[in-house]
Design a protein around this ligand. Structure first.
Ligand code: SAH
Ligand code: SF4
Ligand code: F3S
Length: 437
């Protein structure tokens, strides 16, 4: 194989994988490679995979299988992300097409591994080195209007259903100085909104700072308009962070705070270390600090032992919190996790039924939330062109997609009066600031 000149990276799973995908592209770009244009063959394909549910993991292998070209040749195939970490060398036994396997904490070594593959040598690197990969990554240069910034990796919570503590390793916080430096680079490169990422981002702490004080510091950057953070764990939702929602104007009124279930016995079996009451008390404190805050969440239906009554308690918590949006999943047993071997595994047709009922309930509330915004004027950060001529798409502070006609370029904030609500977005009209006031 000759040295590859073009690459394509496909990221699946959570925002941390999106962030990692961008960093891998920058690393490969620094070696002189370029991204393959849409639709064109690439010399190197990186599948940046997710292991969270069985379907996501199986997808990785079916995607690998499709990479052989009609003429029988194939690109260099790199398996990255959480399936790579979970499977290691086993991945190359399952598929001969995979040239290299690189875990989420080792991808700074990707360029070297690609060179090895070009020389005909297969490799596996699923190390979790003591020196963080972040120290080996290049500076950020360009950014879209909204950028992700990983501030924390891994998870120490060990919910009994979840693979993340195994695929991402122990919880580590990046240093304050390193995060601030990367934030400065992203803003200089065009970012107007930063989303701070971590599996338990609200547990971030380093160099005498907590997440609230990091946010307060970033809010002093003149050109930075908005700060978001995700995903938070209910037990780490401390007073300082809640207070930041009350008085940091750039911190958006949006909080993703997964509860997973509305039943205490199920939360205990999940090892979630919070109860329904304590979760609801946290939501109440957050709403007191920022009354208009949009709350979103994640739910699992059909966790082992979940009865109809447990499930109805989940419907009840959705009605109580009135989520602006939420993700819901059927429980998927993951190899090596405690829940996979628990008694009381729930039948697939019961899970299907519960998922449908939960999604109907969630969508009632998200539709109502969007409808309640009609008539309001909100700042919209323009992110990209819409499908129709003159139309642009941006985000409201509540993370809703807003369509509007405007001459404003991407990366600017325009004020829009929201005119109509669709299930997953809103239409708006640009208004001048004076009219917005
Ligand atoms: N650290 C975050 C998100 C973890 S993964 C948190 O704790 O909230 C994102 C979501 O996937 C989880 O919130 C959970 O709802 C879902 N999930 C994780 N493991 C799962 C499994 N085995 N089966 C089904 N859904 C799962
Ligand atoms: Fe998984 Fe729980 Fe950690 Fe979230 S907090 S990543 S659900 S173990
Ligand atoms: Fe998936 Fe790994 Fe993220 S398992 S959800 S890509 S941390």
């Amino acid at each position: 194989m000759t040295a590859p000149k073009t690459f394509r990276i496909k990221s699946f799973g959570c925002q941390m994988n999106v962030y990692d995908g961008e960093r891998m592209a920058e690393l490969l770009g620094d070696t002189g490679m370029t991204a393959a244009p849409d639709g064109a063959d690439a010399d190197l394909v990186v599948l940046n995979t997710c292991h969270i549910r069985e379907k996501a993991a199986e997808k990785a292998y079916s995607d690998v299988g499709r990479l052989t070209r009609e003429d029988g040749t194939k690109p260099i195939v790199a398996l990255a992300g959480c399936v790579a970490q979970a499977e290691g060398a086993e991945a190359q036994r399952r598929s001969k097409l995979i040239d290299l396997v690189v875990g989420p904490q080792a991808y700074h070594r990707l360029p070297h591994m690609v060179a090895e593959a070009a020389a005909g040598r297969r490799s596996v690197d699923t190390d979790m080195p003591a020196i963080s990969k972040f120290d080996a990554l290049p500076a950020r240069r360009r950014s879209g209007p909204s950028a992700f910034l990983s501030v924390q990796e891994g998870c120490d919570k060990f919910c009994t259903y979840c693979v993340v503590p195994y695929t991402r390793g122990a919880e580590i916080s990046r240093s304050f100085a390193q995060i601030v430096a990367e934030a400065e680079e992203l803003v200089a490169g065009g970012a107007r909104e930063l989303t701070l990422l971590g599996q338990n981002v609200n547990a971030w702490e380093a160099d005498g700072h907590d997440l609230a004080s990091l946010i307060r510091h970033l809010a002093t950057f003149g050109e930075l308009e908005r700060i978001r953070y995700t995903t938070s764990h209910p037990v780490n939702m401390g007073d300082a962070l809640i207070q930041a929602h009350a008085d940091v104007a750039k911190l958006t009124p949006y909080l993703h705070l997964p509860v997973q279930s509305g039943s205490d016995p199920i939360l205990r079996a999940m090892n979630r270390s919070h109860a329904v009451d304590s979760y609801l008390a946290t939501i109440a404190r957050v709403r007191e600090a920022r009354p208009d805050i949009a709350i979103s969440g994640d739910f699992i239906v059909g966790f082992p032992g979940e009865t109809e009554a447990d499930f109805e308690a989940t419907l009840a918590i959705v009605d109580t919190v009135r989520y602006a949006s939420a993700f819901s999943f059927k429980y998927s047993p993951r190899p090596g996790t405690p829940a996979a071997t628990m008694a009381g595994q729930v039948a697939p047709e019961v899970m299907d039924d519960r998922l449908q009922r939960l999604q109907a309930c969630i969508s009632q509330h998200s539709t109502a939330f969007n409808a309640s915004c009609v008539g309001r004027t909100v700042p919209v950060l323009i992110e990209k062109k819409g499908r129709k001529p003159g139309q642009m798409i941006g985000k409201s502070p509540y993370l809703q997609s807003v369509f509007l006609d405007t001459a404003a370029p991407t990366g600017t904030i325009v004020h829009a009066r929201l005119t109509h609500a669709l299930p997953n977005s809103l239409g708006g009209e640009e208004v001048t600031l004076a009219a917005a006031a």
